[in-house]
Design a protein around this ligand. Structure first.
Ligand SMILES: Cc1cc2nc3c(=O)[nH]c(=O)nc-3n(C[C@H](O)[C@H](O)[C@H](O)COP(=O)(O)OP(=O)(O)OC[C@H]3O[C@@H](n4cnc5c(N)ncnc54)[C@H](O)[C@@H]3O)c2cc1C
Length: 456
């Protein structure tokens, strides 16, 4: 297969790289595209979009390849693969970064931290910038600096007819609004320009672990602690087992436990004060909070979620952490069959909640906490194990029903979360507005291999 003017790599079945090129982070996803167009730049992306449209082929767009639903690859069709487009250019004086559409968060942190700068990104460094940003972008810095989309200044976009547009507050502002939360529905983003902020390079950060038996008491304490926390303190609760990382003593490996993972986006001494009460609560199993390079903290859990394991997610925003919700969480979190399965809860609020709600397409700004239930099993484990883990995640979500707000983070939806859950992610008003923008920029729904917004 040939694409006129294409300078990157074209990979089809039979090519030595075909199997690695079609693999995504979630090893349970096994799709066989007709063509993988590994682009070398914007011109290649435009050529690949036109080629797919001219030949009436399905289109999938790959940034970091991290989405649990595996929408970065399709069966048959063309994968427009940006994984060779990972450059990051930082302007330290202007405090901005231009980031290519296939970059990972580790690439952004690596280049920005040379200048003591950062922007809100994901909590795992091998997550793609593009998919994360287009869905909203939550992470340790969001309570101080807002969501990733709140830091997006401009994007270069290849639209469904193959034209190249700039989207910003002044250029195509309707498209710019939709890109900030509406996912990959509106075109292929070949580069992003982000605002950066002074962070670190050393930050007070890391997890405090407690035994699973202490979950109810720790979560009740955490609810009040988090509600009073300064914006600079980002926390994520992880419930499951203690991961067998080199920094963890061997006798604790795989022990059922919960952790509150902290990152203070300010002076280390202030961070020390902000986390003191948490670290003194009860008797932690392990306290790894310490001053450390921000980049080290950002990749500290990378090995707990490697590429190639099998994953299945269920997620919801929560009304709050009332005692009943905590009881459900404590009851279900440790019932998974696999020690690799876990649940993760992000503390939202701060700047996220203060940004005007209709200024972007991200809909969950009022929410204090969300939860993502992550069923995990290894590729060599049996079909029964897979069924048991996915059933655990579904039961856990079902039990949380009374505490669900009716919104969900779109980037945590899995492949069996249908149209109703995409609508749930946005709410009716935002969904309708997204559908109008979709009708203008992609009326034929060429970009539908995603959390789809139908042109309306
Ligand atoms: C281990 C792990 C940790 C995570 N942690 C966080 C976190 O801390 N915060 C958070 O907010 N999210 C987090 N996520 C969710 C993450 O935001 C999504 O998985 C996101 O889709 C990843 O982006 P990607 O570029 O790797 O996606 P891909 O799988 O490459 O793409 C997913 C979809 O995004 C769209 N897309 C991708 N690239 C482009 C592009 N260049 N232009 C247009 N559309 C594009 C397409 O529709 C595509 O189908 C995490 C995910 C994982 C697996």
């Amino acid at each position: 297969m040939e694409i006129d003017g294409f300078r990157g790599q074209l990979i089809t079945a039979g090519h030595t790289e075909y199997d690695t090129a079609r693999a995504v982070w979630n090893g349970a996803v096994d799709r066989r595209p007709r063509l993988i167009a590994r682009c070398s730049g914007t011109a290649d992306v435009a050529a690949a979009v036109r080629f797919a449209r001219d030949h009436d082929l399905e289109i999938a767009v790959r940034g970091g390849g991290h989405n649990v639903a595996g929408t970065a690859v399709c069966d048959e069709g063309v994968v427009i693969d940006l994984s060779s487009m990972r450059a990051v250019w930082v302007d330290p004086a202007g405090r901005t970064a231009r980031v290519q559409g296939g970059a990972l968060w580790g690439d952004v942190d690596h280049e920005s931290q040379v200048h003591g700068l950062a922007t809100t990104g994901g909590i795992v460094s091998h997550t793609g910038v593009a998919g994360l940003t287009l869905g909203g972008g939550i992470g340790f810095l969001m309570r101080t600096y807002g969501l990733t989309v709140d830091n997006l200044l401009a994007a270069e976009v290849v639209t469904a007819d193959g034209s190249v547009l700039r989207a910003s507050a002044d250029d195509h502002p309707d498209l710019f609004w939709a890109l900030r939360g509406g996912g990959g529905n509106f075109g292929v983003v070949t580069s992003f320009r982000f605002a950066l902020h002074p962070v670190g390079p050393a930050v007070m950060a890391g997890p405090v672990f407690w035994a699973a038996d202490d979950t109810t008491d720790v979560l009740r304490f955490y609810r009040d602690f988090a509600a009073e926390a300064p914006d600079e303190l980002g926390t994520v609760v992880r419930l499951g087992t203690v991961p067998p990382l080199p920094v963890v003593p061997e006798d604790l490996h795989w022990r059922p436990a919960l952790a509150v993972v902290c990152c203070y986006a300010g002076a280390v001494q202030d961070g020390e004060r902000a986390v003191r009460a948490l670290r003194r609560f009860r008797t932690p199993l392990l306290d790894l909070v310490a001053p450390k390079p921000y980049v080290a903290h950002q990749c500290s859990t990378d090995d707990t979620v490697p590429h190639g394991w099998h994953y299945y997610w269920k997620s919801t925003d929560l009304t709050g952490l009332c005692d009943d919700a905590i009881a459900v969480i404590a009851d279900h979190a440790y019932r998974a069959g696999s020690p690799r399965s876990y649940a993760v809860m992000f503390h939202m609020g701060g700047t996220v909640a203060r940004v005007p709600h209709d200024s972007t397409a991200y809909a969950g700004r009022d929410v204090a906490h969300n939860i993502n239930i992550d069923a995990v099993w290894r590729p060599d484990e049996s079909g029964e194990q897979a069924a048991a883990e996915t059933a655990w995640a579904r039961r856990f979500l079902h039990a949380l029903r009374p505490h669900r707000v009716g919104s969900v983070y779109v980037n945590f939806l899995d492949s069996d979360d249908g149209t109703d859950r995409v609508r749930e992610a946005y709410g009716d008003r935002t969904y309708r507005r997204l559908a109008e923008v979709k009708a203008k920029y992609d009326p034929d729904n060429a970009f539908h291999h995603n959390k789809n917004v139908h042109p309306g």
